[in-house]
Design a protein around this ligand. Structure first.
Ligand code: 5AD
Length: 361
């Protein structure tokens, strides 16, 4: 276990050999605790309507340059079933944040229908922001079993600097706690390279992940979006630096948290064409290919230069398959790929540390 000082030392590493050694240690830990199987979560970006106004995000409600869309229930279900037919073990349903009853009811129906039409076999992760305990519970009872809610930063001051006053870290943390209490595999993450963020903040984020005992992490480099208040920082943001720091964050999280799932996020590939492969080599074990129709992708740009904008789901699957094979890893088709950490947390007696095949569909 690294101390805060040791985490900061690693995040500030510049020597190429030192960084390589860090990644080697992370990869060794990954092989030991989760194996070299990559799990695909097909992501359906079902709507860009958003009630939030985060200063860094391209689909914030005040961005009037975005054409808003909402997929129909049928479209969402059909996308998810594409994933099922193509042997993806799970889907992620993601959208801008909304908590109105109509939205909650639509998601409930979608979960039920996906579960019915896949005979309960397709795993469902939700990434739908802050909701009430009741809504989370209803979705869980319908069959969703993992939830991703990034806290963006664990630092109160920095959170305030990146969000309007009515968005609070306290609320975010309370939601994360609800998710865990209900029984979801709980995932969170932060943005790496936010204006005003220091390596000390990032070290605290990792310590937070550990102390909160989370099951999954999805985090990535902050990337400028022109139509946001944070575009004023465009000359100060160093995307390459954010990318390199993000890889080190993945590696340190793998070494310290060992048996959790860590996503190699699309934002890595927006900065480097081989970004997602590099994320896997630094310790990540999950990839989330976008499977919603290409006609919606342009309207779901949280940051600029998002990759895979015009590749349909079939092309995306083939391309990612080649990328995974190129680094000698395999894909866990037809498996949920649940985080071994979650199993251990829920049932310490029966969990096998190296269990990478349970929860298969
Ligand atoms: N750069 C990188 N990631 C971003 N997100 C939002 N805006 C940006 C950006 N400009 C991330 C947030 C959010 C997730 C869905 O997308 O962390 O939680």
């Amino acid at each position: 276990m690294f101390s805060k000082k040791e985490i900061i030392e690693r995040l500030s590493m510049r020597d190429e050999n030192d960084v390589k050694e860090l990644f080697t240690e992370a990869y060794r830990t990954k092989l030991q605790f989760v194996g070299n199987k990559v799990f695909f979560r097909g992501i359906v970006e079902l709507s860009n309507l958003c009630t939030k106004d985060c200063y860094y995000c391209g689909i914030r409600k005040s961005n009037l340059n975005v054409q808003r869309y909402e997929m129909t229930k049928e479209e969402v279900v059909e996308s998810a079933l594409w994933a099922y037919k193509n042997s993806y073990g799970s889907v992620v349903l993601q959208s801008g944040e909304r908590s109105d009853p109509k939205f909650a009811a639509m998601i409930t129906d979608v979960i039920r229908e996906i579960k019915t039409r896949s005979q309960g076999k397709l795993g469902i992760t939700l990434s739908l922001g802050e909701q009430t305990h009741d809504t989370y519970k209803r979705w869980y009872d319908e069959g969703a079993h993992r939830y991703l809610l990034r806290i963006e930063t664990s630092n109160e001051q920095l959170y305030k600097a990146c969000h309007p006053q009515d968005h609070t870290l306290e609320q975010r943390l309370s939601c994360l706690k609800d998710l865990k209490d209900i029984g979801y595999q709980a995932g969170t993450g932060v943005l790496i390279g936010l204006p005003g963020q220091t390596l000390e903040h990032l070290a605290d984020d990792i310590i937070f992940f550990k102390e909160f005992d989370i099951d999954m992490i999805g985090m990535g480099p902050y990337i400028i979006h022109a139509d946001t208040p944070f575009s004023i920082h465009r000359n100060d943001v160093n995307h390459r630096y954010n990318f390199e720091t993000a890889l080190k964050m993945i590696a340190i999280c793998r070494i310290m948290l060992k048996d959790i799932n860590i996503a190699s996020t699309t934002a890595l590939q927006a900065i480097d064409p081989l970004g997602r492969e590099m994320g896997l080599q630094a310790g990540a074990n999950i990839i989330m290919p976008i499977i919603s129709d290409t006609k919606y992708r342009e309207m779901y740009q949280l940051y600029q230069d998002k990759p895979c904008m015009d590749e349909n789901a079939d092309q995306c699957r083939d391309c990612l398959g080649r990328r995974v094979a190129s680094i000698g890893e395999t894909i866990g088709f037809n498996e949920w790929g649940d985080s071994p950490h979650y199993k251990k947390r829920r049932d310490p007696k029966n969990a096998k540390v190296d269990n990478v095949t349970d929860g298969s569909c």
